[in-house]
Write a protein that binds this ligand. Structure first.
Ligand code: HGY
Ligand code: MN
Ligand code: MN
Length: 414
């Protein structure tokens, strides 16, 4: 069985590897703090005989050799970067539980036939560049050299290539893409980041689908003026325009898709930002999530149409750009079946469910048989310093990964 103390020890060390922030953990990609986290996990991998390497994107791999060297690989892991003011489990739990399962294989004296690779992906959250799932999309191959020059840090303006080079990488995608390799399965463990498992008293979530995601970047332009001299009917208030569009989009989603889709304005910047100045510009983001691609498209359409009405009503101009666009992803039924069998063998309660959060598995599912294991999130909290997975539930997740690897390993390769 998993050694929960080992996992917890690693969780607590990584919790403290953070850049200065208002609260919680903050570890953007390609930063000195990210480097320290990778070095720590690398060291823990090597303690148990995993052969470690980092690819040119900064993804970390720890490989436990199998008895049949040329067998397709089993990969498992998640991301090591975080959102701002994050908790200590998002992404990390998946890397550490995969590592614990690998340690269990190493300690069992019964090597798998298939090589087992523990992954720590980079750039999953989009915190630094406003583009998410960077490491996994460079491995999957839909992103490459072009993105290294196209993406710029939201705060420092460095291109992705420059940030990679400053981090000590060559600044090239050479050797990163693995889409043509023989992979048996990619299994990602993650905390559910919602309340369902805990509320139902169920330990494991077997994920069937991951939501479609659209990130809209919206800029409202008005006219800066004095707040005391311009009558309400003569203004070009960029902030009022932004708020009208945000409220219209969220009202529409609640009215038509409550429980099926979500619309969230997570970032909002008002310029010039003086109390005594009518804002001339307001930039904000809208995050759209739903397992139904048609609902997503309808919400994007609604925002585009509402923009025109708000422009007229508020006498502003509005630019709407759909930055990230991910399709809904159905995960691999056979690998899901293995996870269920593992739960039954262990006597752990489980249920099928969808993921409202995006994950690297949604990218790897394009090229490999991919599936996900959810463990409980206490009070459904995440992207929050108080994020918490009860230790015994975390250990159960590692046990399920271990048994899933054994079941996958016993299957003949196609
Ligand atoms: O945005 C997400 O769903 C994840 O936290 N990257
Ligand atoms: Mn996250
Ligand atoms: Mn995550």
């Amino acid at each position: 069985m998993a050694n929960q103390e080992r996992i917890l020890q690693d969780i607590e060390v990584l919790r403290r590897i953070t850049e200065p922030c208002a609260c919680g953990t903050q570890r953007p990609s390609y930063t000195p703090e990210y480097r320290r986290a990778v070095d720590y996990v690398k060291g823990r991998m090597e303690e148990f005989g995993l052969k470690t390497r980092e690819d040119n994107a900064g993804n970390l791999y720890g490989v436990l050799a199998g008895s049949q060297e040329d067998a397709p690989k089993i990969l498992s892991g998640s991301h090591l970067d975080s959102v701002k003011c994050s908790g200590a489990y998002d992404g990390i739990a998946g890397v550490l539980c995969a590592l614990e399962a690998a340690r269990m294989v190493a300690e069992s004296g019964r090597p798998l036939r298939h090589p087992l690779e523990v992954m720590g992906t980079i750039g999953e959250e989009g915190t630094r560049f406003g583009q998410a799932l960077i490491g996994s999309q460079l491995v999957e191959g839909s992103w490459g050299e072009a993105q290294l020059d196209a993406f710029r840090g939201l705060e420092d303006g460095l291109t992705l290539r420059e940030a990679m080079q400053a981090y000590g990488l060559p600044g090239s995608t050479k050797g990163v893409c693995r889409r043509n390799e023989q992979v048996k399965a990619f299994v990602e463990l993650h905390d559910e980041q919602g309340p369902i498992l805990e509320n139902e008293g169920v330990s494991i979530g077997v994920v069937e689908n991951i939501v479609a995601i659209s990130w809209m970047h919206i800029k409202v332009k008005g006219l800066a003026s004095h707040p005391g001299t311009i009558p309400m009917s003569m203004r070009h208030d960029a902030c009022v325009g932004a708020c009208k569009l945000i409220c219209a989009a969220t009202d529409y989603a609640r009215e038509h898709y409550d429980g099926e889709a979500t619309v969230t304005a997570g970032k909002l910047e008002v310029f010039p930002g003086n109390t005594n100045c009518i804002p001339s510009q307001c930039k904000f983001t809208i995050d759209i999530r739903t397992c139904n691609g048609d609902y997503r498209d309808d919400l994007v359409r609604f925002i585009q149409e509402k923009k025109a009405r708000v422009e007229e009503e508020c006498r502003v101009s509005i630019e709407v750009c759909e930055g990230m666009r991910q399709s809904p992803t159905a995960l691999n039924p056979k690998v899901q079946q293995c996870i269920e069998e593992a739960c039954k063998k262990l006597g752990y309660s489980w249920r099928r469910m969808n993921s409202g959060a995006g994950h690297d598995a949604m990218i790897f599912a394009r090229i490999w048989p991919a599936a996900m294991v959810f463990v409980q999130s206490h009070n459904g909290l995440t992207h929050h310093p108080d994020e918490y997975v009860p230790p015994k539930e975390l250990a159960k997740g590692a046990d399920v990964l271990y048994e899933t690897f054994r079941l996958l390993d016993a299957q003949p390769d196609e």
